[in-house]
Design a binder for this molecule. Structure first.
Ligand code: 0XT
Length: 308
């Protein structure tokens, strides 16, 4: 039975990855459901084979009476803002004054959701937390486990921490508000508030019904893993089984960045999720190191904000 349980963990984690992370399911929902039912039965029959990282443990048990605090070992910083093209050119000039002319940028969607931190030990998801004040956040592990695109087990048994943005897709937001209006409950103002409200639920069963999703956008201390650029770090995270946002672009000049940013002003409504801006980052980790941080944000990144 133990061998079968291990095999079911691997098969179900892979099927969950195909469906929720890369959106390329290789089996039917019925096939997935029959295997999850088999695993649940084996876990009932052999309680010693149960484990917190089992695919059956996505929707946790207890309703909490409060969230415990989590100290972020590496602070979760905020980003400096740019509001127009000239702000972007000034950012580029500041960067080049510090690290020279040869700079490559990675440009990414700034998802309008909730920043969260996910910690893994030996490949297993052990703790997830909100940003809080950047130093102290709230432990929302049980709620984050209900997000199917968050792997409970990585494809390699590594210990690391990632940051990402949990969000509610536009379609889920519309459906949720329709249901709330039917139940004469206050609708949420926007998907960001709906995502925040869902992750603040003390009952994981409620969070599990909210169809939340996540894009992981950074690896804490990537230099420890021998990657030399942010782009490589993102590719490594994808290899591990994380969901990253595909709309990113490597740009070799700030003019390319400006063109990319202006393009998204008009393309924004086509996205299935809300973005409130575009994040521009120096790609080279060595140059990020040279640029360092201000008290509250990295000097090697900036958020271009769309007009509200
Ligand atoms: C490096 O720090 C960051 N990177 C980010 N990247 C994206 N795509 N979105 C964010 N909201 C974000 N926020 C921070 C603090």
């Amino acid at each position: 039975a133990e061998a079968r349980v291990k095999e079911l963990h691997n098969i179900l984690n892979q099927y969950n990855y195909e469906y929720h992370v890369i959106d390329k399911p290789s089996v039917s929902d019925a096939e997935y459901d029959s295997l999850i039912t088999e695993l649940k039965q084996l876990e009932q029959q052999y309680p010693e084979l149960q484990s917190p990282d089992s695919p059956t443990q996505r929707v946790g048990g207890a309703v909490l009476d409060m969230f415990s605090k989590v100290e972020h070992r590496v602070p979760m910083l905020s980003l400096g803002n740019a509001f127009n093209e000239d702000d972007l050119r000034s950012f580029d000039r500041r960067v080049k004054q510090a690290v020279g002319e040869n700079v490559r940028y990675v440009v990414e969607m700034k998802i309008d959701g909730l920043a969260v931190s996910l910690r893994y030990e030996d490949g297993v998801f052990v703790q997830g937390a909100t940003r809080g004040d950047g130093t102290t956040g709230e432990d929302i592990t049980a709620n984050l486990k209900t997000i199917r695109s968050i792997p409970l087990r990585l494809k390699e048994n590594v210990t690391l921490e990632v940051r990402g943005e949990a969000f509610m897709p536009k379609k889920s937001f519309v459906k949720l508000n329709e249901d709330r209006l039917e139940r004469e409950e206050e609708p949420f103002a926007n998907p960001r508030n709906a995502a925040a409200g869902s992750l603040r639920q003390l009952d994981p069963k409620i969070a599990a019904q909210r169809n939340l999703d996540i894009f992981v956008y950074s690896l804490v201390n990537p230099e420890e893993l021998g990657v030399t650029s942010h782009s490589e770090a993102l590719q490594y995270l994808e290899k591990l089984g994380f969901k990253t946002n595909k709309e990113r672009k490597v740009c070799n000049t700030i003019e390319e960045v400006v063109e990319f940013v202006l393009g998204w002003h008009t393309k924004r409504p086509e996205l299935s999720y809300d973005i409130d801006g575009i994040v521009i980052k120096v790609d080279s980790l060595d140059q990020q190191e040279e640029l360092g941080f201000t008290a509250k944000s990295p000097r090697w990144a900036i958020a271009y904000k769309f007009p509200a």
